[in-house]
Design a protein around this ligand. Structure first.
Ligand code: BDR
Ligand code: CA
Length: 317
């Protein structure tokens, strides 16, 4: 474990968060120190249940899981249970065992984050795959720990790829104030927005490869991702395959060479109400004169990425 990169995953499962968790937990490069949950795709209770179900089914019982913020820092939790493309449970498409021996930590997300960062010899990398509420709260509450953060790897935002009005990617939009705190923190940030995540799509053949692994993790993933492809392509946009947004933000931490095109630029987060609230406004032409604060990822080596996911899945139960 000593050579591994210490990471904390802050998530809101969600099918693609599930892939992110499997990719991280099965990786021989990462040491997942904690998983913290945030209300995002679904309310906190469902997100907690989903994270614990994934871990239990994949045979991971050594990683602390903590509940986090139940709503954005300033705004209401603007999400109906019927919204989104993850189904009513947040993880539709698979029946997890009714009994789960895993329990949540007695501490809340930002306490667990602080414990891990404070006690780590190495700087810790955060991987955020949900709204940035916990991350924003943590940065505000523990300014003394900023210097012990290596980087924040974020699935969120978009530079050119606009899916819908408001000009939104869900994670940055849901808690715009938290997003602003994180993007203005001065900590190294890598943003995997829609520009890249919608260029990394899986198709039916990937589901077969997951099944062919022959373990229960692969079986679970194949079923969940089959369901998600249907939901995503009906509710959002049908591009022939479906994205696993969140897993992209894990892959670049495991192996930065998976990123084939990225650029440093200034990204600002407007807060006023209207279509740009919580959007990542990217100065891709470098006209603002403001210092670049984010590495924005535009392309990845898709083959390498999907191989990494398969390998991690085969390392779990
Ligand atoms: C993001 O929103 C959620 O639906 C996904 O889990 C991902 O984190 C994509 O916009
Ligand atoms: Ca997510």
């Amino acid at each position: 474990m000593e050579d591994r990169i210490p990471v904390i995953i802050d998530c809101d499962p969600g099918h693609d968060d599930m892939v992110a968790l499997v990719l991280a937990l099965g990786s021989e490069k990462l040491d997942v120190k904690a998983i913290t949950n945030v209300a995002g795709n679904k309310v906190m209770e469902k997100v907690n249940r989903n994270t614990l179900n994934i871990l239990n089914y994949c045979g991971v019982d050594h990683v602390p899981v903590a509940a986090g913020a139940e709503r954005p820092i300033v705004r209401e939790y603007a999400r109906k249970d019927t919204d989104g493309c993850h189904g009513a449970t947040g993880l539709d498409g698979f029946d997890f065992p009714k009994e789960n021996p895993l329990r949540l930590s007695e501490k809340r997300a930002i306490e667990v984050m602080a414990d891990v960062v404070r006690n780590s010899e190495k700087k810790v990398t955060f991987i955020c795959t949900g709204p940035l509420t916990n991350m924003g709260l943590f940065l505000r509450a523990f300014p003394d720990l900023h210097e012990k953060i290596e980087r924040i790897s974020i699935m969120g935002g978009t530079c050119h790829f606009i899916l819908t009005e408001p000009f939104m990617e869900f994670n940055t939009y849901l808690d715009a104030e938290a997003t602003k705190i994180v993007f203005e923190s001065g900590i190294p940030l890598t943003m995997y927005g829609y520009d890249v995540t919608y260029s990394v799509l899986y198709h039916e053949d990937f589901l077969e490869k997951l099944e062919n692994i022959g373990n229960q993790t692969g079986d679970m993933m194949a079923k969940l991702l089959k369901e998600f492809m249907g939901l995503h392509n009906r509710v959002w946009i049908d591009l022939g395959g479906a994205p696993v947004h969140d897993a992209c933000a894990v892959s670049g931490v495991i192996d930065p060479s998976v990123i084939t095109k990225s650029e440093m630029m200034y990204v600002q987060i407007p807060l006023q109400s209207g279509p740009l609230s919580g959007a990542t406004v990217c100065d891709y032409a470098h006209r603002s004169g403001k210092p670049a604060n984010v590495e924005v990822v535009f392309a990845m080596d898709n083959e390498k990425f999907f191989d990494m996911v398969l390998k991690s899945a085969s390392n779990l139960k």
